[in-house]
Design a protein around this ligand. Structure first.
Ligand SMILES: *Cc1c(COP(=O)(O)O)cnc(C)c1O
Length: 467
């Protein structure tokens, strides 16, 4: 839920070959066979395209589970009581991609789930995740969303405005429960990629500002309501972050507020949530992001140091990774259609490679100038490379999937293209622009294909249209 920062345009490069490394752009189950075709977890993508069609989102189940488990294990270790800490919980940010199976997988791997709408909440609950292991976010929660959360005993409602304090209290009274709430604090730290900026003032829709005193006011109002239990303070500083320094600055700010509240009111918030936003690799030319172990250790050191300085006991910590769990585990498989060579003003040509999806299944390139890469998935080619742009089938010149990639000059209609790192914010941000049905989500594991979300059909679209 925050703007991402565009990386500077790089010279077109060929996608790196899959090598099974967890720090690569491909999920660990991707490999290229002797005949040149890609497979995921033992499933040949040519066969997958034949039986399930294209475009399709492909999820490497073992890879996604491994990433979820790595976060749980790393945070359990770094925040263990034996380390002088008070434990940690990892919430998977469901907005990255949520389906019943994914909710079950991450819960089985030891994670809780963050939701921000009735829809995400319903999926997590239907998957069997207990209410107390679910959080509810949102800057404009409806009464129904808050009621549903209270009825299912969600572990925390993250209050995002002063008006919401009274609303949650009234709905808790109506339900006859005490609502566990956190306050979303904007600390002035904003991060993405390599940079973070720390300013006092906040000009954004999320949260309650520390500098203006709004966060403190929310805390005081919550403490004055018997129907509310202040379980913690929350900070989320951005997305696609590879430099962890911003988290330490935000942790210092929020732990400072916690200490101040404790000194002045006697209430020591038991928990602090440091948000999500850990970066992933998209092209292979981008930096290797920190591993969960390094993230957990860096955050634990920052929390320990600041609490020692402040003379307050360490809180339980929670974090909310989304992209770093689902993103690298997914790829999108497209079929190439029209290939067109276009002369450029400064000389040279660009090859426009049109695929059978586009901005309806991946809006991030158009929305954030996000960088991706692509490779032939059905064969190997020894042809020289051309500067290619992978575009979709929509009526919009900004309908670009991959802005610049070197593809073999013999790329042609009928080829399969795979775009890695689309497991997060692909299907979850998909639209029906041009009345294009949304692609299925196919889970691959141990040579088996499981349809997690089926392909939409034109009949599905027509069923909504009552004429
Ligand atoms: C989006 C979001 C996340 C997850 O961000 P990722 O970049 O996917 O890790 C976590 N917490 C909050 C509050 C968010 O808005």
């Amino acid at each position: 839920m925050s703007a991402e920062h565009a990386a500077p345009a790089a010279a077109p490069r060929t996608a790196p070959e899959p090598d099974g490394a967890p720090t690569g752009v491909w999920s660990t189950g991707v490999s290229r066979g002797g005949d040149g075709a890609l497979s995921v977890a033992g499933v040949d993508l040519r066969e997958l395209a034949r039986t399930h069609g294209t475009p399709a989102y492909v999820v490497d189940e073992a890879d996604l589970r491994r990433r979820a488990r790595a976060f749980a294990t790393a945070f359990d270790a770094a925040f263990a009581e034996s380390e002088g800490m008070a434990g940690a919980d990892v919430y998977y940010a469901g907005k990255a991609f949520l389906s019943l199976a994914v909710a079950r997988w991450v819960h089985e791997e030891g994670l809780r789930i963050d939701t921000s709408t009735a829809g995400e909440l319903a999926v997590a609950l239907r998957a069997g995740v207990p209410g107390e292991a679910i959080g509810l976010h949102g800057n404009n929660k409806s009464d129904d969303e808050i009621r549903t959360a209270l009825a299912h005993g969600v572990g925390r409602i993250v209050v995002d405005s002063l008006a919401e304090v009274g609303r949650v209290a009234a709905l808790a009274r109506e339900a006859g429960v005490r609502a566990p709430v956190m306050v979303r604090v904007t600390t002035g730290v904003h991060a993405g990629g390599h940079h973070f900026i720390a300013t006092a003032h906040e000009d954004q829709k999320f949260g309650l500002s520390l500098a203006s005193g709004a966060a403190r006011k929310a805390v005081d109002e919550i403490l004055a309501h018997d129907e509310l239990e202040l379980v913690g303070l929350h900070s989320h500083i951005g997305s696609q972050i590879v430099d962890l320094a911003g988290f330490a600055v935000a942790a210092r700010a929020i732990l400072g507020l916690r200490a101040q509240v404790a000194a002045e009111t006697g209430h020591l918030a038991p928990e602090v949530d440091l948000g999500g936003g850990y970066g992933i690799r998209y092209t292979g030319a981008d930096d290797v992001p920190p591993a969960p172990e390094q993230i957990a250790r860096t955050l634990a050191d920052a929390v320990r140091d600041v609490c020692t300085e402040l003379g307050t006991p360490v809180p339980r910590i929670s974090v909310e990774p989304g992209r770093s769990i689902a993103g690298p585990a997914g790829l999108t498989l497209y079929r190439v259609g029209t290939v067109k060579e276009v002369a450029l003003d400064g000389g040279g040509t660009r090859t426009y490679v049109s695929v059978d999806g586009g901005m309806s299944d991946n809006i991030r390139t158009a929305l954030y100038e996000a960088e991706y890469t692509a490779t032939l998935a059905d064969r190997r080619s020894d042809a020289a490379t051309v500067t290619a742009r992978v575009v979709g089938k929509h009526c919009e010149s900004g309908d670009i999937v991959v802005r610049d990639v070197a593809l073999p000059a013999d790329v042609r209609a009928g080829d399969l293209l795979a775009v890695p790192a689309t497991g997060a914010y692909g299907r979850s941000m998909a639209s029906n622009y041009n009345l294009v049905p949304r692609p299925p989500v196919l889970a691959l594991g141990d040579g088996e294909v499981r349809v997690l979300v089926r392909r939409e059909t034109v009949d599905d679209l027509l069923a909504l249209d009552l004429g």
